[in-house]
Design a protein around this ligand. Sequence first.
Ligand SMILES: *Cc1c(COP(=O)(O)O)cnc(C)c1O
Length: 489
Amino acid sequence: MKFIETRGNDGQHPEKVTFSEAILNPISSFGGLYSPESLPDLGDDFLASHLDSDYKTLARDMLTAFDIDIDARIIDQALDLYDQFDDPSNPVPVVKVKDDLYVSELYHGPTRAFKDMALQPFGIVLSSIAQKRGENYLILAATSGDTGPAALETFKNKANVKVACMYPDGGTSDVQRLQMVTENASNLKVIGVKGDFDDTQSALKRLLASTSFKTTLKEKNIHLSAANSVNFGRIIFQIIYHVHSYLELLRQQAISMGDKVYLNVPSGNFGNALGGYYAVKMGLPVEKILIASNRNNILTRFINTGEYDLRTSSVTPTTSPAMDILKSSNIERILFDMFGTERTRELMHSLDNDKYYQLNADELAQIQSMFAADYCEDAEGKAYIKDAFANDYLMDPHTATCFKAYDSCRDKPLKTIVYSTAEWTKFSPVIANALTGETDAHDIDALKSIANEAGIKIPKMISELFEKEITQKTVIEKDAIEQEILAFL
Ligand SMILES: *Cc1c(COP(=O)(O)O)cnc(C)c1O
């Protein structure tokens, strides 16, 4: 399978690239993204013939359908990482919570957030391509929370890859910070930046534009890459769990073969939702994909009105910070798939220059035939957390936004798969507050209180964090980042 460009070709980039090339250089002509030239059709028997398959077998067969230029041996090695999840025989449990609502838990990996689903195997794949080509890569990441720990975890001690990860000092939760600053592999550098996430991100952008930085990388023969959520190397692993979740509902006899379901996704950069969209295009029986947001509800407005408007909005911090995003990058791949290259270039050009675009009526109808959307305020989210807990289900504030969309967006009484993207341990102060009204400044107090309230244990990989030695002690002004990273290289 080859990959083509969402904004068309500028005559300088190759017209089509392989999967490896799309991973190594994710940005294409005119600032567009690589997308699959066509999607494989899973065919009528695929679901029936995978009813008894384990997750890895399903994943291997789906990846085979994509026909990518990665050796089968490497793919097997990448998929073996799912064996480190809580239950190797079922890394993604699907749990009935109430009525038609089933929760697909994507957080049972090493960093307790759904970023592991894609970043774990992606680390093996990227490192193997780098080794095969005899090239060295530097991955730069600016994180507000979940991507940093997952990227560090997957690339630690991997050959031919180094990671420099920046986080806003004081801007992450204790657990997220500890997950980063206790990593001690020599190919990882974690840098606390004095300032907020925007300062961190703009420092990263300045660094990417710095000539002295680029020259030094060249001299040292190091290529730059990114592990962000537009990288197709991550997206491909996010198609699989949607098919898996449908198969789980079949196994639990909640549905019969061919029955349609709703997929219900807490969305930020739209990687998770895009994976669901591709699964539908490949043949998964789905009524609609419900897009849940928090107060930063640009996706709700887009799907309900066809207007993507960055002019008047600024990001408001919420209790579901991984969704505090306005420019949702993977929407571009939906535009491309539905409306083609010319129109995508036009719309994205308008967004880049005027911070705005508006779909026409036909286009909006097409979007709405696939998606419905709503958003959930923090206070509503807390009420959903409390209510679910009363029904014996403990969930995080990102997952809670889906419960609102479940209540407001369905127009048919179909089974609904809500995707849970983080374990309770990652956002414990918000959850403790929802359950008991307490206001903990520190994660450890909230963790203990929830564990006590729910009669469960704090998972070992989280409780251990508070005992581990802090090995990554760098906290610097944003102007000092370039020097710090060059010293690390
Ligand atoms: C990244 C993340 C999201 C958003 O996922 P997208 O694929 O960017 O839409 C939602 N919840 C949590 C906990 C996350 O870490």
